[in-house]
Design a protein around this ligand. Structure first.
Ligand code: RUB
Length: 307
């Protein structure tokens, strides 16, 4: 069990699997597969293995509440199950994992249908980094017959913008790539900005790829609407209790492989965009104000608050 989980955690850490959704999907899928190899004899032993898996997966990337919520959802189901047989508990894990993945997929499609309506004909849409939720929404808009083009940033230092560009071209969407620092120059030609999210806090702030807050700043100054496209389950319940979402700091080697000695390099993976810069969050419940996020979560996903 341990090997499968640590292999997944390693692939997540190395960005072989990137983007909050893909990370969460890989994490719970690995738990589902790993429990079939469980060596536990009792429910307590089974739960201990799950807690070990949780530790390894949570440590792979710091800013991934969707993954944490997904793994917690599976563990909660085992804890509250009246089954005691390990094989039966593995079936419980398999069932709740499938259920979670199915709902995640449904949310993605709902978001795409809602967001597609916000894309106007003959418009230019800017996005930053690579969000599978955003690219799915843009693909849906194209399928709905909208005519628009996409501008995507490189998203240094790891160039996730290239993934976005390839996906857009595969969908026959006219696409332009710009360097991250050209965002302000192009902003006056942009009709709409859409970005994904890694985390949403209790105050309605959004954490996404480093540079997102500068894109939001440029959008606000140019009066260009800035939307976040995200499942509600990226909400971090710990922020309600006063914790700050941790910002993952990655290896300096991603920025400069062999820098001159003595140089300090900082490489945070994400930054915080405050709610006043966000026109709306396009989620499975519709286009909502960042101010109403906590209330929505309370109503739709109350289990998220159980520790
Ligand atoms: C990816 C990133 C994405 C969000 C949302 O960063 O910031 O915008 O994760 O993606 P990284 P999705 O490449 O460092 O993981 O919509 O696919 O969940």
């Amino acid at each position: 069990m341990h090997d499968l989980i640590s292999d997944t955690a390693k692939r997540i850490k190395q960005l072989e699997i990137q983007g909050a959704r893909n990370v969460a999907i890989a994490a719970i899928t690995s738990v589902k597969e790993a429990v079939t190899q469980s060596k536990a004899k009792t429910k307590t032993g089974f739960l201990n293995e799950l807690l070990e898996a949780k530790e390894l997966l949570f440590a792979s990337r710091a800013t991934e509440p969707l993954m944490r919520n997904a793994v917690r959802y599976v563990i909660q189901a085992v804890e509250s199950s009246n089954k005691t047989d390990v094989q039966e508990l593995a079936v419980v894990v398999s069932q709740v994992t499938s259920q979670f993945l199915e709902r995640l997929e449904q949310s993605k499609e709902k978001i795409a249908a809602i967001g597609s309506k916000r894309i106007s004909n003959n418009s230019r849409v800017l996005t930053h980094c690579h969000s599978s939720t955003v690219t799915n929404m843009l693909r849906k808009a194209k399928l709905d017959g909208k005519t628009f083009e996409v501008v995507c940033t490189e998203s240094r230092p790891v160039f996730q913008g290239r993934l976005t560009a390839k996906e857009m071209l595969d969908s026959n969407i006219k696409t332009t790539m710009i360097v991250d620092s050209a965002v302000r120059l192009f902003m006056n030609e942009i009709d709409l900005v859409v970005v994904g999210a890694d985390a949403i806090t209790s105050e309605g702030n959004v954490i996404n790829k480093i540079g997102t807050s500068m894109v939001a700043l440029a959008a606000k100054e140019a009066r260009t609407p800035f939307y976040v496209v995200s499942e509600l389950l990226k909400f971090d319940p710990a922020t309600v209790l006063g914790d700050y979402e941790k910002i993952e700091e990655r290896s300096s080697k991603e920025v400069w492989e062999s820098p001159p000695s003595g140089l300090i390099i900082r490489n945070p993976a994400f930054d915080v965009t405050r709610r006043e810069f966000i026109h709306g969050i396009i989620c499975e419940e519709g286009v909502v104000s960042p101010d109403s996020i906590s209330e929505l979560i309370n109503r739709k996903y109350p289990w998220i608050f159980a520790t």
